[in-house]
Structure formats: C-alpha cells, structure tokens
Design a protein around this ligand. Structure first.
Ligand SMILES: Cc1ncc(COP(=O)(O)O)c(C=O)c1O
Length: 391
C-alpha cells in the first residue's frame, strides 16, 4: 500500500484548512462568506514591478536556470535595501540568499540545522508553519509564551534552563503574526545576548517588516552589533509589495547558516525564475511609496474594525504593524466557539487564536485584507450575530 512517511502522517492538523472546508460548503449553499482569515494582501502588485517582469520575461537569456543562490541583481538589491533602510552592511556573495518565498527558506533552513530531537524555541502564539517545519525536520517545538501583559515580547529570563539546554535554535517574528505586536531594538539586543549565552542560532522572520503604521519603523535584528555571529533574518516581498503569489523572498546574515541552507537548496531547487527576481529587485530598490500607500489603506481598515469591535465590547488595541487585528473573544466563548458562531451565524471567517498555539486561546485574529465595503458588511453581520447572545 502506498503511504506517506510517519512525519507527514503525524503533522498537526491545520485549523485553517478545516475553516476553508466549511467556507467552501457554505458557499456551495449560496451563502456569501466574508473571509477575514486571509493572510495575504488583497491589493495588487505595483504596476512598475509587473512592467519589469514583462520586460525581462521577453529576453531568452532569462529563460535558463537562475544561479543557485539567486541572480546578482536581486542579491545586490537586498544588500542596498539593508544599507539604505537599516544601515546594515552585507556581503552579497556569502550573506544573502534568494528564496522561493520566506516560508520555503524558513522550513528548509530549519531542516538544514536541526538534528533529530533538537529543540526549537518557538513563539506561542506564532505562525503555524514553524511547528510543521520543525516536525518535518524531526525536531521538537519548545514553545515560549508571548504574553499580552509583556506586549508580546519574549521574557528571556522566564525560559527554563531545561528548555535552553534542549534547544539549538530560537525563532522570532516581528511585526508579529498573529498578534500584530512590534518591537524596539532593545528586544533584539536581549535576543542576541540570550542566543550567545545559550549557544543558540537565532532566526528572525521579518515577513511584515515594512507593514507598519504612524512613526513606527520595524528594526532589523542585524542592527544589533555582532548579530551576524548567531543570527539570520528572513525577508519577503509577499506582504510589502503584494507579491504573495510570485514566491520571492531572501535570507540575510550568518554565513555558516546561509551556507547550510544553500547546500540544501542546491539539491532541491534551482532558485526562483530570473525575471521574478529582477522584478523583485526593482521593487526593493523603489522609493517605497507604494508600500506607504498600502499601509494607509490597512490603517483605515484597521481603524474601522477597532472601532466596531469596541462597540461590540470586544477588547482590542490597534497594532503598529501587520494587517492583523488580535482581539479577545467575548466572555463565555472559547476561540473556536466564537469563530464557529461568526462563520455559522454571520458568514464571517475569523481565525481562532488557538490555531496559533495554546497562548492564543481566548483570542481571535481578523485580517483586514478585504476591501472596506466588505469590512463594513462583516461588521454589520457580526454585530447582529452578537445580539443573538452567547454560545
Ligand atoms: C509570519 C509569516 N512568515 C512568513 C510568511 C510566508 O511568507 P512568504 O510568502 O514569503 O513565504 C507568512 C505568510 O503568511 C507569515 O505570516
């Protein structure tokens, strides 16, 4: 009998796909479902990026395999972006690698550094892909809590000796999915210190690096002096340039970690299509005005949803980054119960907080990656469902 591996068979259930199935079933009954569970931008890729793709795709020279680590123009654009945006110097040859989206890079890099049974300190709540990648690499997820009372920053002192000793790697993600939490450089300084003292590698997932609001600018982990000794940072064009379907990202930082990942990748893929890399280079080298325009759109939508949730007596505060709103479920509900009520009675998908880990219980995540008219409609329906009472 044909069977998948034990690792694949025992992958934890993906709550998102359960909700997706319910959505499809409701839509088949003709119900209009508003999906606030989406983790990708609804806005289009900027036209200047598309123009560059079209220009490059017409050139036969670009139809061949890309160099393994990515094409020179893309890697140099990453180097310039880090220098101009963060004041961080990188060597394009040894400290930058192109990825087929940051998810691919994170999963493969976890596989490239773990030995079976190695622990990975992983934020709870956190992006569920971390756990799956650790599992597929025969590692062990060692959750550390992100607590609302501590502004969702890690409490390094609170991580037990046992957890430090059994772990080989620590993962961080700011601006944070799902909480929308942001950090200041101090947290990264402490993280690098913690990694050094406990002989850990440090991965920072900065997929939402440019999706920030007001005066807040997200720092790079590599701005911490000496960070490159222990750390890498993963970047993505998916969120900031609305390029989620293009599959393009990068990893920068520690040479040894990047070398380990390039060994894996040179055996499983041959990097991204060159015209996509060149279009992404154009995006990264731009003046970022399209990113700022996106952020203004998200900010308006977030404001609308925050106001509406407050009117519904739902505890919430406006995030300084990401397009997610992390809110407490009303009293008497579990995360799952609330999400099911909203889907069943309002036709609105929100993501139950427990999909992101134990610490997410009692919360739900709403994405504002839908047009404002749909958000208005979602709010009307949610308010009506809530008037219907408790679970
Ligand atoms: C925290 C986080 N990291 C990484 C990714 C993956 O992004 P990419 O499209 O670059 O693979 C996502 C996408 O939802 C995300 O939320």
């Amino acid at each position: 009998m044909i069977q998948s591996s034990k690792q694949v068979q025992s992958l934890p259930a993906y709550l998102f796909s359960i909700f997706h199935k319910k959505k499809v079933a409701l839509e088949a009954q003709g119900i209009d479902v508003i999906d606030l569970g989406i983790g990708a931008p609804d806005l289009p890729t900027p036209p200047f990026v598309i123009d560059r793709l079209i220009e490059e795709v017409r050139k036969p020279v670009n139809h061949k395999y890309s160099p393994y680590g990515g094409c020179a123009e893309f890697k140099l654009a990453v180097v310039d972006f880090y220098l101009n945006h963060y004041g961080v110097e990188l060597d394009a040859e040894t400290e930058v690698l192109a990825l087929i989206g940051s998810k691919e890079g994170i999963a493969h890099m976890i596989g490239a550094v773990l030995n079976p049974g190695d622990g990975v300190l992983t934020p709870d709540p956190g992006y569920p892909v971390y756990q799956s990648a650790i599992h597929l690499a025969h590692g062990v997820t060692v959750p550390f809590p992100l607590d609302e009372e501590k502004d969702y920053a890690p409490d390094f002192d609170d991580i037990s000796i046992r957890d430090r000793e059994r772990s080989r790697l620590m993962l961080l993600n700011y601006p944070n999915n799902p909480t929308g939490a942001t950090v200041h450089l101090d947290t990264f300084i402490d993280a690098v210190d913690f990694a050094r003292k406990n002989d850990l590698s440090l991965f920072h997932d900065s997929a939402y690096d440019l999706v920030t609001f007001g005066d807040y600018q997200s720092p790079s982990l590599l701005q911490v002096p000496g960070a490159k000794d222990v750390a890498v940072e993963f970047g993505s064009l998916s969120k900031s340039f609305n390029m989620s379907g293009w599959r393009i990202g990068y990893v920068v930082g520690n040479k040894e970690l990047i070398k380990a990942l390039s060994v894996v990748k040179s055996n499983v893929d041959t990097s991204q299509f060159v015209p996509i890399q060149k279009a992404a280079a154009t995006a990264l080298s731009s003046d970022l005005t399209t990113v700022q325009a996106n952020n203004r759109t998200y900010q308006m939508r977030l404001d609308l949803l925050v106001r509406a949730y407050k009117e519904m007596n739902i505890e919430v505060s406006r995030p300084a980054g990401t397009f997610f709103l992390w809110a407490k479920v009303p009293e008497g509900f579990t995360s799952q119960g609330f999400a099911e009520k909203m889907l069943g009675e309002a036709g609105v998908i929100v993501t139950p907080g427990n999909a992101f880990g134990k610490m997410g219980e009692g919360y739900f995540r709403s994405s504002v990656s839908v047009p404002i008219e749909r958000l208005h409609e979602a709010v009307l329906r949610m308010k009506k469902a809530m008037k219907g009472g408790n679970p």
